[in-house]
Design a protein around this ligand. Structure first.
Ligand code: ATP
Ligand code: MG
Length: 246
């Protein structure tokens, strides 16, 4: 008899699923029970005012920030997984402010990103990264600190991709960049999604992020206050006033 179970259910389960995620800094509660799903192949934008808890949430997902509640990734409870184990499971984060290792060369920064993989896989991914980001190949022997802000953002993204993630977490990728470079970074994010990468992106530049996102979440004071398609959120009157300056 044909079974209608696993394959179809597996296809519809979210890649990442948060249930009641909480987090504290000392006695201050930064996350108040977050429920959030990210489906495979989608670009999901998380927007909200300064201090809303966006970075804390991404750090909770990648495991560098302690959290309560459940973080399920690939239908596996990440609760007991250390950050490095979460990277091995397929979660890679590009941190706020990029955090490249300034004195190290571009190539050594990239190699660090491949720490979970063997030499051959690393060499293969390195070649892929140089194809995707030709400027990094040109500058591969230079200290990362000599790159422009936009180039450092590309390096931080490429470093995260070196782990061959199944979900890429991006924290404010356009922060501090010139308008032309902002556009380029957003194009890159779209390109990655179109190639099949699943992405959860936090952005101050809410309008730009929501306009390319499949789905969006709005966060306020440690809670999610709205979710919907990028378009639905962009057309919501309250959100327009609060975040989009319209
Ligand atoms: N290391 C820390 N110690 C204490 N409180 C912190 C710490 N980091 C963040 N917080 C507090 O937790 C809350 C959420 O901060 P978080 O950085 O996650 O917000 P955010 O949405 O990423 O803000 P931004 O848009 O400024 O990056 C804020 O009230 C912040 O002051
Ligand atoms: Mg932040």
């Amino acid at each position: 008899m044909m079974s209608t179970t696993s394959a179809s259910t597996a296809n519809t389960a979210p890649l990442l699923s948060l249930k009641g995620v909480t987090s504290y800094y000392g006695r201050i509660q930064a996350l108040h029970g977050i429920d959030l799903d990210v489906y495979a192949g989608q670009l999901v934008a998380l927007v909200g005012a300064n201090g809303a808890g966006k970075t804390t949430l991404l750090r909770a997902i990648s495991g560098v920030q302690p959290h309560g509640g459940r973080v399920d990734f690939l239908q596996q409870d990440m609760g007991r997984f250390a950050p490095s184990a979460r990277v091995r499971a397929g979660l890679s984060q590009v941190p706020e402010g990029r955090q490249v290792f300034a004195p190290m060369t571009v190539e050594d920064n990239l190699r660090l990103g491949g720490f979970t993989r063997d030499k051959e896989e690393c060499a293969h991914s390195l070649a892929q990264m140089y194809q995707l980001f030709p400027i990094l190949q040109d500058k591969r022997h230079l200290p990362a600190g000599t790159l422009s802000g936009g180039q450092q953002q590309m390096l931080a993204m490429a470093r995260a991709l070196m782990a061959k993630p199944k979900l890429l977490l991006l924290d404010e990728p356009s922060m501090g960049l010139a308008p032309l470079m902002v556009r380029e970074i957003f194009q890159l994010i779209q390109q990655l999604r179109d190639q099949g990468m699943t992405i959860l992106v936090v952005e101050q530049n809410a309008r730009a992020a929501l306009s390319i996102a499949n789905w969006g979440y709005v966060m306020e004071l440690g809670q999610l206050v709205m979710s919907g398609s990028g378009e639905q959120i962009l057309n919501n009157d309250k959100i327009k006033k609060a975040y989009l300056g319209m």
